[in-house]
Design a protein around this ligand. Sequence first.
Ligand SMILES: *[C@@H]1O[C@H](CO)[C@@H](O)[C@H](O)[C@H]1NC(C)=O
Ligand SMILES: *[C@@H]1O[C@H](CO)[C@@H](O)[C@H](O)[C@H]1NC(C)=O
Ligand SMILES: *[C@@H]1O[C@H](CO)[C@@H](O)[C@H](O)[C@H]1NC(C)=O
Length: 774
Amino acid sequence: MSSLIFLAIANNSLVGQLPFNIGYTLPNIQGLILSTNNFSGSIPASLLKAYHLRKLYLYNNSFTGFIPSFSSLPNLKELDLSYNKLKAGDWGFISSLSNCSRLTMLMLDGNNLQGNLPSSIGNLSNSLQQFFLRNNKISGPIPPEIGNLEGLSWLYMDYNLFTGKIPPTIGNLYSMVYLSFAQNLLSGEIPDTIGNLVQLSSLKLDWNNFTGKIPGSIGRCTQLQNLNLAHNSLDGSIPRNIFKIYSLTGELDLSHNYFSGGMPEEVGNLINLNKLSISNNRLSGNIPSTLGQCVVLENLEMQSNFFVGSIPQSFVKLVSIKSMDISRNSLHGKISEFLATLSSLEKLNISFNNFYGEVPRGGIFDNADAVSIQGNDHLCTSVPTGGVSLCSPQVDDKKQKHNSLVLVLKIVMPIVVTIIILSCIAKIYWRKRVQGNTHLQIVNEHIKNISYEDIVRATNKFSSANLIGSGSFGTVYKGTLQFKKDQVAIKLQKDQVAIKIFNLNNYGANRSFIAECEALRNVRHRNLVKIITSCSSVDSTGADFKALVFQYMPNGNLEMWLHPEDLEHGERHILTLRQRINIGLDVAFALDYLHNQCASPLIHCDLKPSNILLDLDMVAYVTDFGLSRFVFTASNAYKDSSTSLACLKGSIGYIPPEYGMSEEISTKGDVYSFGVLLLQMITGRSPTDGKFSDGASLHEFVRRAFPDNICEIVDPTMLQHDSNAPEVMKNCVIPMVKIGLSCSMTSPKERPDMGHVSAEILRIKHLASHMDVR
Ligand SMILES: *[C@@H]1O[C@H](CO)[C@@H](O)[C@H](O)[C@H]1NC(C)=O
Ligand SMILES: *[C@@H]1O[C@H](CO)[C@@H](O)[C@H](O)[C@H]1NC(C)=O
Ligand SMILES: *[C@@H]1O[C@H](CO)[C@@H](O)[C@H](O)[C@H]1NC(C)=O
């Protein structure tokens, strides 16, 4: 079939060898997807003559022989040979790949690759983004030339036999997001340059032989979500800088090293951390009570250290904790009763410490399999369990206790009550006094404040050339901040920032500033715009001046991309379907995080295209939290500031209908706005477009065409390059429209949750990439 350009027969049970002449019989083939079958034999030489080949996926088969030379395939973009039985030979195939200047993905995991990695990897394409070599038997040093691959954002070299040091040139890979050298034989110190990888989201160096201290520069990796340095020979104290990486939301694993000294108090900053392991080190001192602030922590492993003192009372706040191991330390005291109230706790190990007294009852303590208490010589239980002695009932003792209880009630209680009343009064008074300031302190706690003069300089005296946006809150300028030497060590992309200046004369602007500070203090996610610093000062006339400084997004906002015709000098940008799906997914991830993964759900309340910013790689970021509200589920203390509609505005076209009926705001309101946004992205029509007949909404307009006439209403620019339009329509566009429709249903109950929405868009994204959608 000489005109065939795409063939996907993955995930079947096909066997046998590929036809030796496949490259000649399919001369126009661009995509060949044969993954997960049982093909064997070698990769036919003729395939290397299929000049147009862009994607070759042979993943998970039984291909044997040497990896051939690819130099005659200049269009090759994605090459996945992982999980076969291929050999490297003299590694000549790597230099042959330097002819494939469009290569973005190279997957070689799980083969029989042996010998040293050649330095010619440094000649691979600059556009290479994903490079996977895990699960092979590659030995020798990592070539320093790896530092040439500046486009890399995924590099997995784990489960090999690499030796020597990590080359410092690794610090050149500025785009790196996922980096793993785990499970090798690497040694020496972790290079300081690791701190240059400011986009890093996951760093895994576990199971090697690294020595020395953790470089302090790691604190500059402010996007890091997972950090695993376990099973090495690192020593020194745990640098405080680690606890300034507020993005750590996954795991922090420092176990099985030689770290010593105390556990820094700052650990309490990591309020979004899921797993903390510092077991099997030489840490000493008390367990910091600030650890109780890590309210989403599920796994805590502190065993086999030299901790002393008792279990901090603040642990009562660890409401998500599932597994806690503090065994083999020198902890003492009674076992705190509150442990029985931690309802998510499934496993508790306090063995081999010096706890004494009666083991509490109820909660986890009723399940003998879930609790390990052996090796605490003075513990006793009131119900017989293996290995622990029974508490002897002491009648006299009880009576004495009763007497002293009466005494306590008579004398101490009145004093206590008086103190409580007085302290409440003092607290209320104090709160009133400081209320105006607290929010600002919160922002400034971690980042240096800047002055009004700094901002005047950065914006070139608020020059109109720097103006990039305005709204009811005020204006946004582009600018360049000159930090003094001692200030902020953040490396900014070309040092450009976006500065949002609040117009405090407008009603609600001050409140909006505070809401935004409060929201940004509590959220960290890849798809949320990051704050750099704030300014709360007075301007040249002595009036209050408030501004927030954000990372600058060179590709502007989504509104500009969807409706360039509204711009004065709008050049015609076109978003491909693929980009639209990716943007939809980014926004869905961000909302899912805000709604479902924060300690208290956060409702954005003003989702619309102009609040979605795009970076150089067209990754989308949700911004503008000026109307956002936390929903406090546990306490009603903040009720009046959270769900009331008092000064909520939102934006016409995106406000859910129930807000008009003064119902309380909810996450389902954001889902509605998201649905409208999705429909807008697919149709290219704004919800406020006057063209809809008889006042119908965008939802109604799309629903009438769904599903048979969708072709007529999709944005025509979106599909113009796709060769396979009907299939793309069926597998990608229609499912996206379906999500858009269900999210924008009139009744909040019928709208799905953002968790489901993001999972569904992710599925569509995978389909789209398999179908080669542009
Ligand atoms: C490398 O690609 C160029 C065209 O891009 C081609 O002319 C050249 O022959 C290729 N090299 C090899 C060794 O095939
Ligand atoms: C990389 O490419 C350059 C120029 O093509 C060549 O001179 C050099 O030898 C290559 N390096 C390796 C290690 O193959
Ligand atoms: C509890 O900790 C001790 C000492 O670290 C260990 O030997 C034991 O296996 C642990 N128990 C469970 C159930 O994990």
